[in-house]
Design a protein around this ligand. Structure first.
Ligand code: ADP
Length: 490
């Protein structure tokens, strides 16, 4: 099958979170299974160009219709760790993708609406006629209606669209002028509640809704999250839309890229290990302590890696730090915050705890350090308010680091409580709590820390159970191929 991924991220060149990992990992799995896979992303100035091999301009004369004129673009091609990637580079005084960051600009919806149109125009002009176009999140939500409205009639009638919701909280709600700019015909037609009009803001359109309504199949990134967005208030206003389209909606758990995340071969950690040599993990713990200036004591290291924001449960992360320190643990945090106030708070906390020999907070994004923390920690806390899939718990388990998670979304689908899970003992791989409050978190941390101190052998068994799970792209890859097969033109 010929598959084109259109997205705003692709790890490791353009990665803000799990979306980037998914684009790379899923594409790789689909290619290994014999499919022809290409990725299209914007050519950002802030990408990791050192991870792109043989980058060169492949298309110099792409004119993308935009409002009442056309914007000249170049398209570059390069290999990202073996994956075929196209990078769209508009020559436009608005400098859409030369902003020094991936997101966070006032005109984000306009930037990515442009990217959606440009991706399709590129495929049209470069004679690319994929069987499947797979789009992701609100940034590419306009691809399906544009395909349907504009490109289908220009010879792209064969392609079918799969659309994946990675986080329903961010929907790309914006003014209808964006539709006019993209050149969608008959804007009034699209400003209907059954189509793109936002379910709450009557004057706005909703780009994620566009993706849901006009795709041939819609997925989200875990079965539990798929259930939650249909049956609870976790859908941020898109419940009715998903309900209407429930016949083409399902959850597929993400995988992790086991070439990147494998303690046996990882060259970013000082000591490799696997299930049979898990006793070597403590050498990475020593190295982590050395790097983070933590003292050598007989204590478990609890860690947190990830965004510091409301979704991830910042108050509970904060509580976890103090609970761990007060209960005989050390704590290492690696995170950055998209919310300035939260970022400031954690900077102050870092300064406050600076001299504590049992704690290190690293504020910022550091891929290399993340590997060492996964390998050197004993436990990881993930107290999310909601979590569509979550990759950190799966990576942690792969490294024999026991996750302590809240019972929500993909965390529920992947972590099974050591004491209470409805699973055989050899499938129990972590600690789970339900109540989104300090007591809930403490109930699970207390059990995990107690097990580490009192029954180390059992604790190691739980870690090994996690390492043995197959969280690779193997199964999700098959699931996506089944979906593609189901919707493709026969
Ligand atoms: P998100 O909701 O942010 O997508 P996920 O758990 O799905 O969360 O994915 C997070 C990914 O980003 C993981 O690969 C994690 O290791 C990585 N990550 C998050 N924050 C950082 C950071 N500050 N430094 C390095 N890697 C990070």
């Amino acid at each position: 099958m010929y598959i084109v991924m259109i997205a705003s991220e692709c790890a490791p060149v353009a990665k803000v979170g799990g979306l980037g990992d998914v684009i790379f990992g899923l594409s790789r799995e689909l290619a290994i299974r014999g499919n022809d896979v290409e990725i299209i992303i914007p050519k950002y100035d802030c990408m990791r160009y050192d991870h792109i091999y043989s980058l060169h301009e492949t298309f110099s004369d792409l004119w993308v219709p935009w409002y009442d004129h056309s914007v000249h673009c170049s398209v570059f091609f390069g290999f990202v760790h073996g994956r075929k990637c196209y990078f769209i580079d508009p020559h436009f005084n608005k400098n859409y993708f030369n902003r020094g960051s991936f997101y966070g600009n006032e005109d984000d919806t306009e930037r990515f609406a442009f990217f959606s149109r440009a991706s399709l125009e590129f495929m049209l002009k470069a004679d690319k006629r994929p069987d499947i176009i797979h789009c992701h999140d609100w940034q590419t939500g306009l691809v399906p209606p544009l395909l349907f409205d504009v490109y289908k009639n220009q010879g792209m009638s064969h392609s079918r669209v799969c659309y994946t919701i990675h986080n329903i909280k961010h929907q790309g709600v914006t003014g209808a002028n964006v539709l006019r700019e993209t050149g969608l015909h008959n804007v009034e037609h699209y400003m209907h509640y059954d189509r793109l009009r936002d379910n709450f803001d009557h004057s706005a359109i909703n780009l994620m809704k566009a993706g849901i309504v006009y795709s041939n199949f819609v997925t989200t990134v875990s079965p539990k999250y798929a259930w939650e967005v249909q049956h609870t208030d976790q859908n941020f206003g898109l419940g009715d839309t998903i309900h209407t389209h429930s016949g083409k909606f399902g959850g597929v758990i993400n995988g992790i890229d086991c070439d990147v995340w494998n303690p046996d071969t990882d060259n970013l950690i000082p000591h490799n290990y696997n299930v049979d040599t898990i006793n070597l993990k403590h050498k990475n713990k020593d190295e982590l302590r050395h790097r983070m200036l933590l003292r050598r004591e007989f204590k478990p290291i609890v860690c947190y890696i990830g965004r510091l924001d409301h979704q991830k449960g910042v108050n509970l992360i904060n509580h976890a730090i103090f609970y761990a320190l007060n209960n005989g643990c050390q704590f290492v945090l690696l995170g950055s915050s998209p919310e300035p106030e939260t970022g400031d708070y954690f900077w102050r906390l870092k300064n406050h705890l600076n001299d504590n020999p049992d704690c290190h907070l690293e504020i910022g994004y550091n891929e290399e350090l993340a590997h060492l923390i996964y390998a050197g920690s004993d436990m990881m806390v993930i107290p999310s308010l909601f979590e569509p899939c979550g990759l950190t718990q799966m990576i942690a388990m792969k490294y024999g680091t026991v996750p302590i998670v809240r019972n929500t979304g993909g965390l529920s689908d992947t972590v099974f409580d050591a004491d209470y899970a409805n699973k055989p003992y050899d499938k129990r791989n972590g600690y789970v709590f339900s109540d989104f409050n300090n007591e809930g978190l403490e109930s699970a941390m207390h059990r995990a820390i107690g097990m580490w101190h009192s029954y180390p052998h059992h604790f190691t068994e739980i870690a090994i159970n996690g390492m043995k799970y197959d969280y690779s792209w193997n199964n999700p890859g098959k699931d996506y191929l089944n979906i593609y097969e189901h919707i493709r033109e026969k």
